[in-house]
Design a protein around this ligand. Structure first.
Ligand code: IPD
Ligand code: CA
Ligand code: CA
Length: 272
């Protein structure tokens, strides 16, 4: 059972990251490239430093896995914090206010606590395993939408992998044809939280990293949603592909992806 101090620590860190993100938007920041289209800003690094400092002070025997610095030294610890200091870096660098900080805590390999903070809207999404998910303290529940054509979906694309992976655009096209609409926000952590909050009916993406989704998956599951890999198997960070749905739409989401991979898509049902 996680201690109450764990959730409070997750909240302290993601909200502090949000304060840094908003303050640095005003004061300015340097941007550099990690790859052709993959950016990193001074703010990513500053938020990650803050997180590592707080965790080292409060829980010196816990491991940390964070995007910019990778894994900390304390291998073999029962506790591991998984942090994305700025999810939505491209949006942030362009002044688009859709970004977040995301922190999950794994105990013995299972995520027990998650917090995602969107400072632009002052929205704090939290979950503890077995205790439900919340937005600013209010319990969350996924939608009841049961037909894909009535569903509002969201997805994302990895940096540079459009070239590397054959079926990304085909699956995207199939969901556009078979759902009400598909959005692309640019923060996987928020995509997951929005499924939990009932703003989207489902999210899918491939080539995700553990820090993108560690907290958000728990938040979806604790809001009565369902998460699997795009093949229907349990999600694993190593595979990095997922469908996160309200539950009722999950089998249809899997069916669309299965059909794309088998080489055929269905026309949009009932389209006018
Ligand atoms: C990215 C965002 C984006 C997703 C990419 C991620 P970053 O994270 O979550 O929505 O489509 O796959 O890499 O780089 O902004 O932390
Ligand atoms: Ca990310
Ligand atoms: Ca990031």
């Amino acid at each position: 059972m996680p201690e109450p101090a764990f959730l409070q620590t997750a909240i302290d860190i993601v909200t502090r990251a949000g304060e840094i993100q908003l303050a640095r938007q005003e004061s300015g920041f340097r941007v550099s490239k990690k790859g052709t289209t993959d950016l990193v800003t001074e703010v990513d690094l500053e938020c990650e430093r803050m997180c590592r400092d707080i965790l080292a002070e409060r829980f010196p025997d816990h491991e940390v896995l964070a995007e910019e610095g990778g894994a900390s030294e304390k291998r073999g610890s029962r506790w591991r914090w998984v942090f994305d200091p700025l999810d939505g870096t491209t949006n942030y660098a362009h002044g688009l206010p859709i970004f977040s900080a995301s922190l999950g805590l794994e105990i013995d390999g299972r995520t027990e606590v998650g917090a995602v903070y969107d400072p632009s809207r002052r929205e704090l999404f939290t979950a503890e395993r077995g205790k439900g998910a919340r937005l600013n303290g209010v319990p969350l529940k996924t939608t009841d939408t049961s037909v894909l054509i009535d569903g509002l979906l969201v997805t994302g694309f990895p940096y540079g992998a459009l070239r590397a992976s054959g079926d990304l655009l085909e699956i995207f096209g199939a969901f556009i044809l078979q759902s009400r609409a598909v959005r692309r926000l640019g923060s996987a952590a928020l995509d997951l939280c929005y499924v939990a909050a009932g703003r989207f009916d489902a999210f899918w993406e491939q080539h995700l990293k553990h820090w993108d989704v560690c907290a958000g998956i728990l938040i979806v599951e604790e809001a009565s949603g369902r998460v699997t890999g795009t093949d229907g198997a349990p999600f694993t960070p190593a595979a990095g592909h997922l469908i996160a749905s309200n539950g009722p739409l999950h089998e249809e989401m899997l069916r669309v992806i299965r059909e794309c991979r088998a080489g055929g898509t269905r026309p949009r049902t009932g389209a006018t």
